[in-house]
Design a protein around this ligand. Structure first.
Ligand code: TRP
Length: 339
């Protein structure tokens, strides 16, 4: 078992295996996870327990959990540097989540915008209680590892605030137990929007054909989706907060997140060019990312046993830390230790 490096600040993050990963997941999360892994002690989990807050097909969930883990590696997360694991493989997540659920004021949970958005169109009878308690499970994920930093898209900032508030509440009631985590939003590409509807975040579970570029889309299909992206009737190619210009802004954001160039350099580059050029060059950028990523992914999926061995080691490393934190929290809360 590789030694866990205690001297570096710790990072933890996760993505749900609830759909195929998109370039939004890559640019808004995975890319940053890869970048920080040299400087921090990183834990990256596939959050299957979060995925079941909405109904999942069992066979599909199992398959997607494997695929997500492979995608983490294909995107550049190095199992020698970072700990990659499946959330449900470490039962401490469920156990601490319950303890935190019992301390989480329902009022706080009802104020979560993600909960409000996800349940807006449903009747109470069809909403599982897990959707309301979702943030307590996420808090458990983070607090079990004493994570210092949590890289997430800015749509998760409220859940991070919730985690801090809950940790503070626990520490206040039972004594200093948890580290308060800090959110880390990526500079560019935190929020990639839907190509067909640039005012809504790109989602892996949105059904419409031209909404998202999936990391495993074949390259010609990925290009087609970008060429069909919604723009506007203006001409000038510039970054803009105007809702009306959200489509062009989104393409520029994608271009920037991949190229790493400054806004000014990008605007200068596209000065006098048309939307066709913007789309073509953005597609070139995206394809140059997808191509090597897909090659690595298929290699991994065909390499029998390798992925399992990564997840086994990840589970061991994660459990060692999580179990210890859970034990401390149980002791603090007054559970009788088994003899
Ligand atoms: N809620 C996060 C999302 O939808 C996923 C997640 C679950 C997560 N547990 C986490 C992210 C812990 C960071 C840390 O993006």
């Amino acid at each position: 078992m590789a030694a866990v490096n205690d001297s570096k600040p710790r990072v933890l993050s996760g993505i749900q295996p609830s759909g195929n990963l998109t370039i939004g997941n890559y640019l808004g999360a995975l890319k940053q996870w890869v970048e920080v892994q040299h400087d921090y002690d990183c834990f990256y989990c596939v959050v299957d327990l979060h995925a079941i807050t909405v109904p999942q097909d069992p066979a599909e969930l199992r398959q997607r959990t494997r695929e997500s883990a492979a995608m983490y590696i294909a995107a550049g997360i190095d199992p020698e540097l970072s700990t990659i694991f499946v959330q449900s493989h470490v039962p401490a997540h469920s156990e601490l989540a319950w303890m935190l659920t019992c301390m989480a004021p329902i009022g706080w949970l009802h104020r979560m915008t993600q909960f409000k958005d996800r349940t807006a169109k449903q009747t109470q009878e069809s909403i599982g209680a897990g959707l309301l308690n979702y943030p307590s499970l996420m808090a458990a994920d983070i607090l079990l590892y004493h994570a210092d930093l949590v890289p997430v898209g800015d749509d998760q900032n409220q859940h991070l605030e919730f985690t801090r508030d809950l940790a503070q509440r626990f520490n206040h009631l039972y004594g200093e137990t948890f580290t308060l985590p800090t959110v880390m939003n990526p500079q560019a590409g935190a929020r990639i929007m839907g190509l067909d509807n640039p005012t809504a975040k790109m989602s892996k579970s949105e059904a419409s054909e031209n909404h998202a570029v999936f990391l495993l889309d074949d390259l010609s299909r990925a290009r087609k989706k970008i060429m069909r992206a919604v723009t506007d009737s203006h001409r000038e190619i510039c970054f803009s907060e105007e809702p009306e210009r959200a489509g062009v802004n989104n393409l520029l954001t994608i271009y920037q997140a991949i190229s790493g160039k400054s806004n000014a350099a990008i605007e200068a580059h596209f000065a006098g060019k048309g939307y066709g050029d913007l789309k073509r060059e953005t597609a070139d950028c995206v394809l140059s990312t997808l191509e090597p990523l897909q090659a690595r992914y298929y290699e991994l999926m065909n390499e029998a046993g390798y992925l399992d061995s990564v997840l086994r080691l990840g589970r061991e490393k994660a459990s060692a830390i999580a179990d210890e934190t859970l034990k401390l929290a149980q002791e603090r809360m007054g559970f009788l230790a088994p003899s």
